[in-house]
Design a protein around this ligand. Structure first.
Ligand SMILES: [Zn+2]
Length: 368
């Protein structure tokens, strides 16, 4: 009985994982070109009960699939909370937390059930451990020289450089001083809100959708002192504007769609695309249904082309949201085919290279 409970819970967690992370298209993958590696600004495999180093049948991302997909830079996001009844319009701040349930279903240590900070630190530790066990094929990157070294490796021995980001500041547990704790654990990218408003700022899907709070300004001060990157994915329109004017450091929107091809509150307006581009920031365009209003790679191509038209090819990157509790047209091995489809759709070759990875590599080499 005592052994049966965790096994049964983990089986439920795995079934949820498999059901959420479908792959809609079944076209064969094409091999990754030998050139410079692709980059992706947002994927969530750390949320699930999986071995990152073994090729899995569930979900979208693990090390073997990233390597086959030609990815050399992957931002691994850590989300510490998500509201029950999650939707892109309005979520109550006091809604029960799904990530807590998931920690129990995965039978993690009890400390992780109750503390969102402990949960984020636990996932950072698991990513570091995976990197140590990977035989050099997965490298946790915290500084510019580490990223340079990873990118300089010969293509056949090239590792995946992994960056840690915190999605929604609930892991700060209300206190800006925790920015330094998370930075110490390896986090280099931070956003203030996920699907609910937080002490730091409003969510596009929150109850009040407010702006940047006093705690948010204090957290920005800590981020500037430590040299971190601000992520405005999921920000309310007010937070988006107020954070952009208060923050002078590097900024990106790690995973989003564009209203020009898919008009809903999850996605960026053309004015927001231009505002990020003016700041030298990056827009990570994703592929999932709420981002692109379709289940096929053609919808993802349309969204990327729109972002390039409005923001310029130097400001657009990939923000897959692989394993982010959403279905996807393809998994990480589908990225070379996406590159081919962008070229077929008329995106010039240098722009394809920039969007698929060049912009993200340049951004982080400058920002870390
Ligand atoms: Zn997200």
């Amino acid at each position: 009985m005592a052994l049966g409970v965790p096994l049964a819970l983990r089986a439920i967690g795995s079934a949820v994982d498999a059901r959420l992370h479908r792959v809609f298209e079944s076209r064969p993958a094409v091999p990754a070109p030998p050139g410079l590696p692709y980059a992706d600004l947002h994927a969530d495999p750390l949320l699930w009960d999986r071995d990152l180093l073994a090729e899995g049948r569930r979900g979208h991302v693990d090390l073997p699939r990233l390597l086959r997909g030609g990815v050399g830079l992957q931002v691994f996001s850590v989300v510490a909370s998500a509201p029950l009844g999650i939707n892109i319009h309005r979520n109550r701040s006091a809604a029960p937390d799904l990530v807590t349930l998931l920690q129990v279903a995965q039978w993690r240590a009890p400390a992780v059930w109750f503390s969102r900070k402990a949960r984020a630190l636990d996932r950072a530790r698991r990513l570091s451990q995976a990197a140590r066990d990977s035989g050099g094929r997965l490298v946790l990157v915290r500084a510019k020289d580490e990223l340079e070294a990873a990118l300089a490796a010969a293509p056949q021995a090239r590792p995946v450089a992994a960056l840690l980001s915190l999605e929604g500041a609930s892991a700060l547990e209300g206190s800006p001083e925790n920015v330094a704790v998370l930075h110490e654990a390896g986090f280099r990218v931070l956003s203030f809100s996920h699907f609910t408003d937080t002490e730091f700022g409003g969510s596009a899907h929150g109850q009040d959708k407010g702006g940047l709070t006093a705690a948010g300004r204090a957290a920005l001060g800590e981020m500037a002192r430590l040299g971190m990157v601000l992520d405005l994915a999921h920000a309310s329109p007010r937070l988006f504007d107020e954070a952009l004017s208060a923050w002078k450091g590097p900024v990106l929107v790690s995973h989003t769609g564009v209203r020009g091809t898919c008009d809903n509150p999850r996605n960026l307006t053309d004015a927001q695309l231009r505002a990020v581009a003016r700041r030298g920031g990056l827009i990570g365009v994703g592929f999932w249904p709420h981002a692109v209003c379709g289940r096929d790679s053609a919808s993802a191509v349309r969204a990327i082309l729109h972002a390039v038209r409005v923001a310029g090819a130097d400001s657009v990157a990939l923000g897959s949201d692989f394993d982010g509790a959403v279905g996807q047209p393809f998994d990480a091995t589908g990225l070379p085919r996406l590159a081919a489809e962008l070229a077929l759709a008329g995106l010039p070759a240098p722009a394809v290279v920039a969007v698929m990875g060049g912009n993200a590599r340049r951004f982080f080499l400058r920002s870390l």
